[in-house]
Write a new protein. Sequence first.
Length: 254
Amino acid sequence: MSISKESELLGMQKASEAVAYTLKEMVNYAQPGMSTKELDEFGAKILSGFGAKSAPYVTYGFPGWTCISVDNEFCHGIPTDKRILKEGDLINIDVSAELEGFWADNGGSFVLGADVNQHQKLVEASKEILRKAISNIRGGVKIADIGHLMETEAKKRGYKVIKNLGGHGIGRGLHEDPDSILNYRNRFDQRRFKKNSVVAIETFISTSSTYAVEMNDGWTMVGDKGGYMAQHEHTIVVTGGEPIILTEMNGIFN
């Protein structure tokens, strides 16, 4: 969406606060021995406290309130009482929701407890790349140039990017134009970021794979060549200068 009046900015701020606070609290609540279903239900209570509705549940009939992916699962992991979290797990939580007609989206990967499996370096790379990408977004900048920056930064650190996942416009729906804000330079993509538009910018930084493939459950995605992936995501308003990070309170850059 494009922000054209103050009431729209306020609506987006409220929706973004709901998802950002939920993500932050879920990350803090996660601990070894807990099931992903228990963690998801904790998040669901926070969202409902804001009066917000889970976007994947409402939009796609996703079998959970948030997406929780663990270790080799890249994204769209289904919360279940069978998946028990362990020390050193690489966990990704993605929280998106609708509140009073406005939609917001955010996500983050983190290592649970001690970094016994050496995933923290990947997590930090993803955060740094998202921070750098956001700081370079403003009205008029080519979308493909931000993708190029993301892939270049990933390669510098010895990582790859997932080419079939991307950020997207958001606001009055979960996925709006511009869709497919990719983590690499598509030379055929001539689109530019528009001032006052709202977009969800996300990284997909991987150790081995360049494509995500769907598992038999119809939701969970893993790498075509295995390995691990870290994702971080903010909902932002594009301006003529530094973007407004609407989901900043999630603390993923901390």
